[in-house]
Write a protein that binds this ligand. Structure first.
Ligand SMILES: [Zn+2]
Length: 269
């Protein structure tokens, strides 16, 4: 069956002398894998539209009961140029692709995921700073699509709104229940409501961190570059979301692109 579908290329690898095997996330069919014959030859008709992070329109021969399809034609919709010209932005973009690749199965159709992926990469491509927050916003929204939306607004125990500005410096966020707790129900150092595995049960969230994470859940993606926060809060978000996703997505591996980026930062300090 010959089908046309809009995709984001997740990864590609060399195959034999001149071909490529490409994994992509498509709007109509979810994650798929295809072979592009001649994609590495002198007469490459695909151009750069099969490189990771590309937003492309593919024409594929989709074979029933096969997991490798034939890519017949490929046109670029957007190459997200800024993503590949800057190491920080590229590493964030690649982390987003790695995450999608890890949490999805082949041919599981989720159009909302495709929309989220395209919107996040477009916003990151147009961003001017705070690149990591695009990954964090993506992680939160991805969790919500899988039914694991965390609650940062009302207390996971008593249900009252968790207010900012009553002299508290931090609150507790329970990884397992995906909820923030008011200080009456649980202080960040209070272990009374922790689950048996305390290493992942709860984490302290600063008040500035709570304000930022609420913005990450609700704000327009295009406005994330305008957020102002300390580097400490960025690290707090990294850790909170790493623990939260690891708990909810079985077997989730650390994101290689994020680790690479952190090593680069350490080596330049
Ligand atoms: Zn409470």
């Amino acid at each position: 069956m010959l089908v046309k579908t809009e995709v984001i290329v997740l990864r590609s690898m060399k195959y034999r002398d001149t071909s490529k095997i490409v994994t992509f996330y498509s709007k109509e069919y979810g994650k798929l894998k295809g072979i592009a014959k001649g994609a590495r030859s002198a007469k490459n008709k695909f151009g750069s539209a099969l490189e990771p992070l590309s937003h492309s329109m593919l024409l594929i021969y989709k074979k029933e009961h096969h997991d490798l399809h034939l890519i017949s034609q490929c046109d670029s919709i957007d190459s997200f140029r800024n993503l590949t010209e800057d190491l920080d932005r590229m590493s964030t973009g690649l982390s987003i692709l790695e995450l999608i690749d890890q949490v999805t199965h082949h041919e599981e159709r989720t159009p909302a995921m495709f929309t989220l992926l395209v919107e996040t990469l477009s916003a990151l491509n147009a961003s001017t700073k705070n690149y990591q927050t695009y990954l964090h916003a993506f992680q939160l929204r991805l969790a919500a699509l899988f039914g694991y939306a965390p609650n940062f607004d009302t207390c996971g125990e008593c249900g009252k709104p968790v207010l900012i500005g009553d002299g508290e410096r931090q609150v507790a966020f329970q990884i397992v229940r995906g909820a923030v707790f008011c200080t009456t129900c649980c202080t960040p150092n209070d272990h009374s409501v922790h689950d048996s595995d305390q290493s992942i049960a709860s984490t302290a969230l600063s008040i500035q961190g709570l304000q930022i994470v609420r913005r990450l859940v609700h704000a327009q993606l295009s406005s994330l570059s305008n957020l102002e926060f300390d580097a400490r809060v960025g690290n707090e978000m990294n850790e909170l979301l790493r623990l939260y996703l690891r708990y909810h997505f079985d077997g989730l591996k650390p994101l290689k692109s994020t680790e690479f980026f952190q090593q680069q930062q350490l080596s330049t300090m």
